[in-house]
Write a protein that binds this ligand. Structure first.
Ligand code: 3H9
Length: 693
């Protein structure tokens, strides 16, 4: 039998133990072992019931994602499920950790399910651009009802064991040793002569829905609306609908067909790429054996929007944090904003009331910089100005304890220059959070020339501890994300001067799958920030500068690239902006024209991809997948397109090269000059992915 599955007997109960670290994914060898163990246990006359349990940190956490895209090998997960359902002896799933996806589907096929407290059960396939492909959309609604099943399948979010028990997904929460408790549970069933119950044969929770197909469609509509170009939500809805419109065998076949279509498609491939890229980003072979410092206390300098959000990250993770501001007024304003933020989360029901107080109690405000002395990590989040930051770092150098990490949240500035001003440059690092810092998961960890491995390891460990996805980047203006974002912004402005309107540009990108286009996003962030920064650097953005000169700073002034009705955040195209653009075009002698949607997408994204190639060649990002993770988690790049570099590979680098060459020729735009790395990869017929292998 496979070494991943073992079978032993505890009296008349057979215990099948799965041991396939790290997450007991349903690999081919595991499936084979499971089928064989089940067949032996069924054939053994001394066995009255069968318990399936997993070693390690979790019950089966799903199909083995690395097998997707390869030819299917028997036995499949469906064969495992058939073997369980065919068993005349009761089969009990004994769960802990995170029974997910195909793992939960195996459990749904069992006759009974028990779990230890703390278990989280879910069908997360939608997050991989898939739907459950082994009966999840049919067995789950039969156990917990169609409404709850719809929420689980379409959100992909797991539910805790307590909720699973109330909903009817599990039969019991068992305390103590899981295997012993599951064996005792199995004995009870045998003793009572309880007949095996198959989810597929249950109809009590579905029957009320059969006459309510319209209600089902209404309930499903909001999920379909939020799909933003993703195929999986519609497929999930179609599969779930089958539970009340089709006989189960047909519904299962339909689910399977929809799953197979998705698994072979580009979208799921892109989302699987992001799943693995996110985990790859965390791996730094050079840090092997480097121990991160132990962090007990943090300090944040600056109680503005960023500082407050960063402090919340620490408080949310259970770490005490001091927030230091220059004066009482700014401090009170900052702490007040944090308190409001927590209270509104509690009012929305996303945070328990006692958690509000517990988290606030972890945040202590002061105007005395000496308070950083007991922190093992200090994050500076003051105004984005080099001389102010240098002053802060000079003071931190004198006060912070030896071994403390001195981090800056700068989004653009030269970390090496900051490090040169202190006596301990090895302790200096960038930790670039994204706004709102308590929500956005991306953290660019900027490694300076002098940053020590221990400082880097500590920043990464802290990032993970506060729930972020840290990606290591090198020093350059804007690092990875903002450097590419700037290139996209320059190109977007150029499109306006060729006759596209802000709404055309934004629509092209929202149709592509971004939650917002660049101009609506700029209005939301405030146009004045970029304007001030450009002026300081001697740069310009022709249209944005004109808007700012006429007091149009975006949403905050009710006017920017768009017009906003009082109290509304909905951008309305503004004829005045169209006139302003037309006048600027006339002044420059540009011919009026229109730019097609496809060209808008190509101009913006290909320019970014070209810059991404430069970033890779310079070693600012270590892998193309790191850039993808940055753009998906920090800038709303649609995950189902896999991030800019994966998307580039799906388009083909030769095409991107040819289009960029054509755009550069037509517009005379020097910045579209081809990056040598892009040129070389295209010439060799390679993609960016070839750099990671
Ligand atoms: C599915 O089941 C389809 C079915 O409906 C149809 C069947 C026919 N496969 O995240 P971590 C690796 S779709 C392969 O750092 P954590 C991961 O790459 C699947 N590998 O740990 C990493 O490797 P490495 C539905 C997997 O404790 C290591 O395990 N299931 C898989 O923070 C540790 O992972 C899912 O979508 C996998 N399924 O979180 C669950 N899962 O160390 C996806 C993990 O080399 N997984 N790995 O970098 C997760 O959500 C999290 O991994 C989990 C653990 C919560 C389980």
């Amino acid at each position: 039998m496979s070494h991943l599955v073992s079978l032993r007997n505890d009296g008349d109960i057979a215990v099948v133990t799965i041991d396939n670290p790290p997450v007991n994914a349903l690999s081919h060898a595991l499936r084979a072992g499971l089928v064989e163990a089940l067949s032996r246990a069924r054939a053994d006359a001394g066995t009255a019931a069968i318990v399936i349990v997993c070693a390690g940190r979790t019950f089966i956490a799903g199909a083995d994602i690395s097998e997707f895209g390869k030819p299917a090998r028997e036995p499949t997960t469906l064969d495992v499920i058939s073997a369980i359902e065919a068993s005349e002896k009761p089969v009990i799933a004994a769960m802990h950790g995170t029974p997910l996806g195909g793992g939960l589907e195996v459990a749904l096929a069992c006759h009974f399910r028990v779990a230890v407290p703390g278990t989280r059960l879910g069908l997360p396939e939608i997050k991989l651009g898939l739907i459950p492909g082994a009966g999840g959309t049919q067995r789950l609604p039969r156990l917990i009802g169609l409404d709850k099943a719809m929420a689980m399948v379409l959100s992909g979010d797991p539910i805790p064991a307590t909720e699973a028990l109330t909903a009817g997904l599990i039969d019991a929460i068992v305390e103590g040793d899981l295997t012993a408790a599951a064996v005792a549970f199995a004995r009870g069933i045998v003793a009572r002569g309880q007949a095996p119950v198959l989810a597929r044969n249950r109809d009590d929770k579905l029957a009320p829905w059969r006459g309510e197909v319209e209600k089902f469609d209404d309930d499903a509509a909001p999920y379909a609306k939020r799909a933003r170009g993703r195929d999986a939500p519609a497929a999930a809805i179609a599969a779930l609908r089958g539970a009340i419109t089709l006989p189960i065998e047909e519904a299962l076949a339909r689910e399977r067909a929809l799953f197979l279509d998705l698994v072979a498609g580009e979208q799921s491939k892109a989302q699987r790429h992001i799943f693995f890229a996110e985990r790859e980003a965390a791996k730094l072979p050079k840090l092997a054996g480097v121990k991160p410092h132990d962090i007990q206390r943090a300090a944040v300098i600056g109680a503005g929007t960023m500082g407050g959000g960063i402090a919340m990250c620490f408080a949310n993770a259970g770490l005490p944090v001091r927030v230091i501001e220059a004066n009482d007024e700014a401090l009170a304003r900052g702490l007040d904003a944090v308190a409001k933020n927590y209270r509104s989360a509690a009012a929305r029901g996303s945070l328990a009331a006692d958690e509000v107080e517990a988290r606030l109690a972890r945040i202590a405000g002061t105007t005395d910089l000496a308070a950083v002395a007991d922190a093992e990590i200090v994050i500076e989040a003051v105004f984005e100005d080099m001389s102010i930051k240098q002053q802060v770092f000079g003071a931190l150098d004198r006060i912070a304890k030896s071994g403390a990490v001195l981090a800056t949240n700068t989004s653009y500035l030269d970390i090496d220059a900051l490090a040169r001003g202190v006596a301990r440059p090895d302790a200096v690092i960038g930790m670039h959070f994204f706004s709102p810092a308590n929500v956005m998961r991306l953290l660019e960890v900027v490694r300076g020339a002098a940053t020590s491995p221990a400082t880097l390891a500590t920043a990464l460990a802290v990032g993970r501890r506060i729930g972020k996805i840290p990606v290591v980047v090198g020093v350059c203006h804007g690092f990875v994300g903002n450097r590419m974002h700037r290139v996209r912004g320059v190109e977007a402005e150029r499109l306006l001067l060729e006759g596209a309107l802000p709404a055309d540009v934004d629509a092209a990108l929202t149709d592509f799958g971004f939650p917002m286009g660049p101009f609506a996003a700029a209005d939301l962030a405030g146009l004045d920030v970029g304007w001030r920064m450009r002026k300081a650097q001697g740069l310009n953005a022709p249209i944005a500068d004109l808007l700012c000169e006429s007091g149009r700073f975006g949403q905050k002034t009710g006017r920017g690239f768009y017009l906003y009705a009082p109290g509304s955040r909905t951008p309305q195209p503004d004829p005045e902006v169209a006139r302003l653009i037309a006048a600027e075009m006339a002044r420059r002698g540009a011919a009026p024209g229109a730019v097609g949607k496809d060209e808008i997408v190509e101009r913006l994204l290909f320019a970014m991809i070209n810059e991404g190639a430069r970033i890779l060649a310079e070693g600012i990002a270590r892998r193309p997948g790191d850039i993808d993770v940055i753009w998906v988690y920090g800038y709303g790049f649609p995950a189902h397109r896999g991030g800019p570099m994966h998307y580039a590979d799906s388009v083909g680098l030769a095409r991107i090269r040819d289009r960029l060459t054509e755009f550069a020729r037509r517009t005379g735009d020097e910045s579209l000059r081809l990056a040598p790395l892009l040129q070389k990869l295209a010439a060799d017929g390679n993609g960016f992915a070839s750099l990671s292998t």
